[in-house]
Design a protein around this ligand. Structure first.
Ligand SMILES: Nc1ncnc2c1ncn2[C@@H]1O[C@H](COP(=O)(O)OP(=O)(O)OP(=O)(O)O)[C@@H](O)[C@H]1O
Length: 672
């Protein structure tokens, strides 16, 4: 019966064979990382070249304001940009920016020298970004008041409080349990059953740079950490910025400079600029380079208070710039802490950002890296589950991140509550048209197909997110839409992390694509230009509905949201009755299209269907309003089962049925 040594190919024993495979896996991982690095650098070079190439066409575009005695806000920024371009400012630029002066300086000796590039022009970047953020308009009301810590605020709240000389940023209560970004000690962590993210600050003397927000990859570039040079260029630059601010004080922006369009009610940008805030010159430079010049409403409302180091609870609509509102003060806290604690050999962790999903942790770390572009002494690291576990573990051991003390932290009782939505105002964007449909389960997949086809036909650059209730229902929906020949991708917690990151990056940059996803994509993910958010089945609560809907209509753009419910799910509408959501009549479904859907369902493997049924049952069992009446729940589950093409409900493990309170309920089959 078995036993005895087994010989593996090549005459290796079991352990030699195992070690050989482990070695191969390590090499593969190293090659993948190498490729990521190359792509990262190539993207950087492409961006810089594109900007340098655009420089010539931008010349002469600068407006002449001489004679009026006043400067427009654009010209103020240009003036600021000019200061970075002055003689002697070369050392403020990173090597990757290219030389400030036009000269031939090939970076890789093996490559043929490139023609001398002209200097990078922040003015150009500014103008481009002005154009691209045209839909971000002007100021809007917000309120600010102190409030005690027991307040249970809404889904878009961001919590910021000082943390060992830095800041802690916790998106909301449930998020607090889940994850973490850490700056220079700057950490991102996700710690829940499904999502586990942590970004640990660079404790060693090397800095891992996560790619810029626009560049997506993370952990792709390793730079030697240089000590902060606060005493050198920062002081010069500070003086210039101070002078600049003085000049600005004298030159109030005239009313006629603000166009009618800019003061539109739904606009998001304010007249307040970042350089008017008490933030470090190097942060201002990074903001300017990234095209962030004027603050959004939530940034204007929250930044000043956060920068004072106060505990703040912030409420704002989705896609209005909350990430920057907490990342920037966090970075400033790190910068201050690093100049105060220069005696540490291994810099302490100053900031920890907890994120609910892995993708969001990666996105936040990328955004932090953009803001840290010129802060050479500050690093950011991301720790997420599902990838590079050994590496993450090693980093954690070298750099423990205090992953218990954090859990003990709560906002102070006298924290400040900043509300940019305002009492009596809806939390969703006016420009997002919301509607819902009530239809029996049997019709759901036909309706999804019909509505998506309609959207694809009418919206040229469509980009759709379809939210499903669970990972396995998502997997079913994905295969169905794929069978229906739609351009679709799937994203849920059962997918490997590398795959999730790749799909997330692809969807961010694509048009004409449908992303079928579970709630891993519902919070904070910044996918530009999503035209439709389609929620199939009941969201877990009102907050989740708003988060999912918030993936469209970002940065003041238009969007559309559709919620599809079964008749017994209609009670959920009570929870969102104050939102501007209209009921739609069911569209007429063509017989041939229905047939196509049924044929596509029939093709799906029964293991996918069974997994979808189990997941569906588990999800609805956990929703108290539905899960209470087990007999009805099982009846509904059996209808869902038929809608996905299963003749009879798959059997449950006895233990599972017991756990779910379903043992003995008629309609539940148990595994023998
Ligand atoms: N001051 C600014 N100027 C121009 N663009 C900005 C500014 N602040 C943020 N943005 C852009 O607005 C978009 C949305 O920002 P962000 O993802 O931070 O929103 P959010 O409020 O955190 O969203 P969510 O509610 O989904 O978490 C991003 O593309 C970001 O780059």
């Amino acid at each position: 019966m078995g036993g005895g040594p087994r010989t593996f190919p090549g005459g290796l024993n079991k352990w030699q064979y195992k070690r050989m495979h482990e070695k191969l896996a390590r090499e593969k991982e190293r090659r993948l990382l190498q490729q990521e690095k190359q792509i990262y650098e190539a993207r950087l070079r492409t961006e810089i070249r594109a900007k340098i190439a655009g420089e010539h066409s931008a010349e002469g575009a600068a407006s002449d304001i001489v004679g009026t005695g006043r400067m427009s806000s654009k010209d103020h920024i240009r003036a600021l940009a000019d200061r970075f371009m002055k003689e002697g400012a070369e050392d403020l630029w990173n090597e990757d920016d290219g030389p400030v002066k036009a000269q031939t300086r090939p970076r890789h000796s093996k490559q043929p020298p490139l023609p001398p590039p002209p200097p990078l022009d922040i003015r150009k970047i500014f103008e481009e970004n002005q154009a691209s953020t045209a839909s971000f308009g002007n100021r809007r009301r917000y309120s600010r008041w102190s409030r005690n810590a027991s307040s249970d605020e809404d889904e878009d709240d961001v919590v910021c409080r000082p943390f060992e000389g830095g800041l802690r940023n916790l998106p909301d209560k449930s998020e607090r349990r889940r994850g973490v970004v850490r700056f220079r000690n700057f950490c991102v962590d996700v710690g829940d059953s499904e999502e586990e993210v942590e970004c640990v600050g660079g404790g060693s003397c090397r800095k891992k740079m996560i790619s810029g927000a626009a560049l997506k990859n993370y952990d792709a570039k390793v730079n030697k950490r240089r000590p902060p040079r606060a005493d050198m260029e920062e002081s010069d630059l500070s003086e210039e910025i101070r002078q600049f601010r003085e000049e600005m004080k004298d030159k109030a922006v005239t009313k006629d400079e603000i166009s009618q369009e800019e003061v539109a009610e739904e606009s998001l940008l304010t007249q307040k600029r970042f350089d008017e805030c008490k933030i470090s010159p190097l942060s201002i430079k990074a903001l300017t380079t990234a095209g962030y010049l004027n603050m959004t409403i939530v940034q204007e409302a929250a930044l000043a208070i956060c920068l004072e180091g106060k505990d703040v609870l912030v409420k704002a609509k989705t896609g209005t710039g909350k990430s920057l509102a907490f990342l920037l003060p966090a970075i400033e806290a790190v910068v201050r802490a690093s100049s105060a604690n220069s005696i540490h050999r291994v810099p302490p962790i100053v900031v920890l950002v907890i994120s609910p999903t892995r993708e969001l942790a990666i996105q936040l770390a990328a955004e932090a890296t953009v803001l840290l572009k010129y802060h050479n002494g500050v690093g950011v690291q991301t720790l997420i589950g599902g990838t590079r576990f050994k590496l993450d573990q090693k980093r954690l051991e070298e750099n423990p991140c205090q992953v218990r003390r954090i859990s003990q932290m709560v906002l102070k009782r006298d924290h400040i509550f900043v509300d940019t939505v305002g009492l009596g105002h809806v939390e969703t964007h006016d420009k997002v048209v919301q509607s819902y449909l009530i239809a029996p389960h049997e019709l759901h997949f036909h309706l999804v197909h019909h509505i998506l086809e309609e959207h694809i036909r009418t919206v040229a650059d469509y980009k759709v997110i379809v939210f499903c209730t669970t990972a396995m229902v998502t997997a079913f929906m994905y295969v169905l839409l794929q069978n229906l020949r739609m351009n679709v991708r799937e994203m849920h917690s059962r997918k490997p992390q590398l795959y999730r990151t790749r799909i997330s990056d692809e969807f961010r940059e694509s048009k004409c694509l449908i992303l079928v996803t579970s709630d891993v994509s519902s919070r904070g993910m910044n996918y530009p230009d999503v035209t439709l958010v389609f929620q199939v089945g009941i969201p877990s609560d009102r907050a989740q509905y708003i988060h999912r809907l918030g993936r469209t209509g970002r940065e003041g753009k238009d969007g559309k949201g559709i919620l599809l419910l079964a008749p017994w799910e209609e009670y959920f509408m009570e929870e969102i009755k104050d939102l501007p959501i209209q009921r739609c009549q069911l569209p007429e479904l063509a017989a041939d299209a229905n047939k196509k859907v049924e044929q596509s369902i029939a093709k799906i493997d029964s293991s996918i269907k069974e997994a979808a049924y189990h997941a569906w049952l588990g999800y609805y069992n956990s929703i108290s309003d539905i899960g209470r009446d087990k007999t009805t729940l099982v009846e509904l589950a059996n209808r869902f089962c038929q809608s996905i093409g299963l003749d009879s409900p798959p059997a449950l493990y006895r233990k599972t049925a017991l756990k779910m309170g379903l043992k003995g309920i008629s309609g539940i089959r148990l595994r023998k």
